[in-house]
Design a protein around this ligand. Structure first.
Ligand SMILES: Cc1cc2nc3c(=O)[nH]c(=O)nc-3n(C[C@H](O)[C@H](O)[C@H](O)COP(=O)(O)OP(=O)(O)OC[C@H]3O[C@@H](n4cnc5c(N)ncnc54)[C@H](O)[C@@H]3O)c2cc1C
Length: 379
């Protein structure tokens, strides 16, 4: 049986970037991926600048479009815009983007086992024995980067009951030349285009990625809101469209991020942003953190576990926890929120742009700040 120091399950941005950083430090690493690469991934493909600026290689070859200007709408009445020198959102298609990171990782010696679905995981004598649809290997550490539904986390004993996954529906849409010319230079978010959520229009090279996401798990007819949103965008002719639905985990797991020698990252850990459901940048960032923890531990499991938890608690997890509170308030206290947006909407948009650029995170005193603003407006 072949042995690796680290087995990474999943070749999305979290897994591929973990493998890249581990291999760069000379750690023998295998990626186990169930699909054949490049593979389609349901995603709006909006990659925010805080993720892009920290990538250690160039992604120009897979960039579809770059947006320095971002528009946020609230119904027909409010519209805010931010303009930045660096691209706030870079549009990518996930098949070529994810594949690029894997190829960069391979340059440093990572082994890729594609078409290998992980089907079994046992912990024996300090090692993991991993069974895939094609083979069996062993590893000192396992990094679960297998997305929102993470079969690896289930096999390793994590509890699924406590998770917060939200539904999202995304369409790859080809529209008429006339509609495309009108919409291709505009990236927009429409708050409340769907209950408790938002809709987006993300222009790619030759088509639009249009989607809707709701932060409520209750039954919401996503398709109906998508169709209404297409009307809001004034699209007259749809030449071709394909529908893709999936879930986004917008709350960190509550039963830890390490069990035995299995470490969770990206969507498997629940690291997407609770307000925007943007998950690529935190997926990559958590991949960097786990790679650092494993390499700094020099192979000692206890040390790697402590280091990873320490690194997560420095910034990433507290930031998402604050985001969770803010998202609940933002999407559920509509009336008060809209009053505040009327007065401070541009400030809110600027703050979101700062977050997208990694220039600030959600303020930890957000509860007090919002209460203060409400009091200012009411009294
Ligand atoms: C509709 C929608 C729109 C979104 N839009 C955006 C957006 O515009 N911007 C943004 O930043 N985020 C967006 N997200 C979130 C983003 O897609 C995720 O946060 C991100 O993909 C997480 O990356 P990951 O590497 O953790 O997991 P993934 O990208 O999901 O990768 C997991 C990998 O694991 C593999 N895998 C799964 N099971 C197994 C197994 N048993 N064995 C082997 N391999 C396995 C999968 O094939 C896959 O390649 C969106 C999500 C959805 C659903």
């Amino acid at each position: 049986m072949k042995h690796f120091e680290v087995a990474v399950i999943g070749s999305g941005p979290s897994g591929a970037s973990t493998a890249f950083h581990l291999a760069k430090k000379g750690i023998s690493t295998v990626i186990i991926e169930k699909e054949s690469l490049p593979r389609y991934k349901t995603c709006g493909g909006g990659f925010v600048y805080r993720g892009r600026k920290d990538l250690p290689f160039d992604i120009d070859t897979v960039v579809e479009r770059e947006f320095h200007t971002v528009d946020i709408y609230l119904g027909n009445t409010l519209h805010f815009q931010t303009v930045r020198k660096e691209p706030t959102i870079t549009m990518i298609m996930r098949d070529s983007f994810d594949h690029l990171i894997v190829e960069e990782a391979k340059k440093h010696g990572v082994t890729l086992l594609e078409n290998n679905k992980l089907t079994g995981l046992v912990y024996e004598d300090g090692k993991a024995i991993l069974t895939t649809s094609e083979t069996q290997i062993s590893a000192d550490f396992v990094v679960a980067a297998d997305g929102a539904l993470s079969p690896t986390a289930k096999m390793a004993g994590w509890n699924e009951e406590t998770r917060k996954l939200i539904p999202a529906l995304e369409y790859e849409v080809e529209v008429s030349d006339e509609d495309f010319d009108r919409l291709k230079d505009l990236v927009r978010f429409d708050i409340d285009a769907i209950p408790y959520g938002y809709a987006w229009s993300f222009p790619k090279k030759n088509h639009l990625s249009i989607g809707v996401a709701s932060t409520k798990k209750t039954r919401i007819n996503l398709k109906k809101y998508y169709q209404e949103y297409v009307e809001t965008l004034g699209i007259k002719t749809i030449v071709k469209e394909s529908q893709h639905g999936f879930q986004i985990p917008i709350a960190p797991r509550t039963d830890g991020f390490v069990k035995n020698n299995v470490f969770l990252i990206g969507d498997a850990a629940g690291f997407a942003d609770p307000i925007t459901a943007e998950g690529i940048s935190n997926a990559i960032y958590s991949g960097v953190l786990v790679a650092e923890a494993i390499s700094e531990s020099e192979g000692q499991l206890e040390k790697a576990t402590a280091l990873y938890n320490e690194k997560l608690n420095e910034k990433l997890v507290p930031e998402i926890q604050t985001g969770l509170w803010l998202a609940k308030w933002f999407y559920e206290q509509k009336t008060v929120r809209n009053i505040l947006l009327k007065k401070y909407g541009q400030r809110f948009s600027d703050a979101m742009a700062d977050i997208f650029h990694g220039e600030r995170s959600y303020p930890t005193d957000i509860k007090q700040a919002i209460t203060r603003k409400i009091k200012e407006l009411v009294f």
